[in-house]
Design a protein around this ligand. Structure first.
Ligand SMILES: O=C(O)CCC(=O)C(=O)O
Length: 277
């Protein structure tokens, strides 16, 4: 399958995204880029960094080999990750889906879910959550996550699931539950009387799923014998500003020592991917 580097969002894509809270792209990365990004994973987990800077947080290996590995702002220390999470194509697709004119990077994540070779284990689970549950210091909920698969991904290797239409539920209290690995408990808590439909994001290597910041999503065990690798770009409209004293997020530090309410999230830490002419 060829990568579609010039893909444009259609009216049908937009309607799908607005109805379901997520949209699956065609293949966006070519095979060489996928290979380079898989190599970037190896280098990051091995502490081999590009440039002369330091990571946002040092990577702390977990003693449990089945635990999920996650590295925030891989773009600070890896050139390949930088090139994919600041790709104008990701920006344009997001701008069109969200209906805005400019897209900046909020932050990225490099995520590695080990395979358990069939063993039942919840150590790699990502609990049902809403991304905006973590991002309440941002002035808008109209934000996006692009989750890019570096291998074919389905439920057998711990692929992500979204809850159909849950972006229309608004912000649910305490939905910042990425690290709670008890999916059943979370489902009981959040579903309430709502219709809870779990949609698997089935992706070929190089495809991305785009989900709205209010869409509930999570993922279960990678039962395969290979790790599930992904690169994740969290994206915001160019007009996003700081909403003061609502909730702590490490991005607020990137505004400087005395951030103020209404301060734009802009500058070197929040690069622009796309701006409409
Ligand atoms: O990698 C996963 O399974 C979930 C990642 C996630 O929560 C996200 O990309 O927003």
């Amino acid at each position: 399958m060829e990568a579609q580097k010039n893909y444009k969002i259609t009216q049908q894509d937009k309607e799908t995204f607005e109805r379901d809270g997520y949209w699956i792209s065609p293949k966006l990365l070519d095979d060489d880029q996928i290979a380079r990004l898989r190599n970037a994973h190896d280098r990051i987990w091995g502490g081999d960094y590009d440039g002369d800077g330091y990571p946002m947080y040092p990577y702390q290996p977990n003693s449990n080999p089945e635990a999920l590995r996650k590295f925030d702002n891989g773009w600070w220390i890896n050139d390949e990750v930088q090139s994919v999470v600041t790709d104008p194509l990701l920006g344009e697709l997001t701008a069109d889906l969200l209906g805005v004119d400019e897209i900046r990077l909020w932050h990225d994540q490099v995520i590695y879910k080990p395979g358990t070779s069939g063993k039942a284990s919840s150590a790699g689970n990502v609990g049902w959550h809403q991304d905006y549950g973590y991002w309440q210091c941002a002035s808008t909920t109209n934000m996006m996550t692009a989750w890019i698969a570096l291998q074919d991904t389905d439920l057998n290797n711990g692929g992500m699931m979204t809850i159909l239409g849950s972006h229309k539920w608004g912000l649910i209290p305490d939905s910042d539950s990425f690290f709670n690995q008890n999916m059943e408990e979370l489902k009981r808590k959040y579903a309430g009387g709502r219709e809870w439909v779990e949609e698997p994001c089935i992706l070929k290597a190089g495809q991305a799923s785009f989900h709205h910041a209010l869409t509930f999503h999570g993922s279960g065990t990678n039962l395969s014998d290979q790790p599930r690798l992904s690169i994740v770009a969290h994206l915001m409209p160019g007009s996003t500003t700081y909403k003061a004293r609502v909730q702590r997020h490490d991005n607020v530090r990137l505004l400087g020592p005395r951030p103020y309410d209404g301060q734009p999230f802009e500058g070197h830490y929040f690069p622009t991917l796309f701006k409409r002419n």
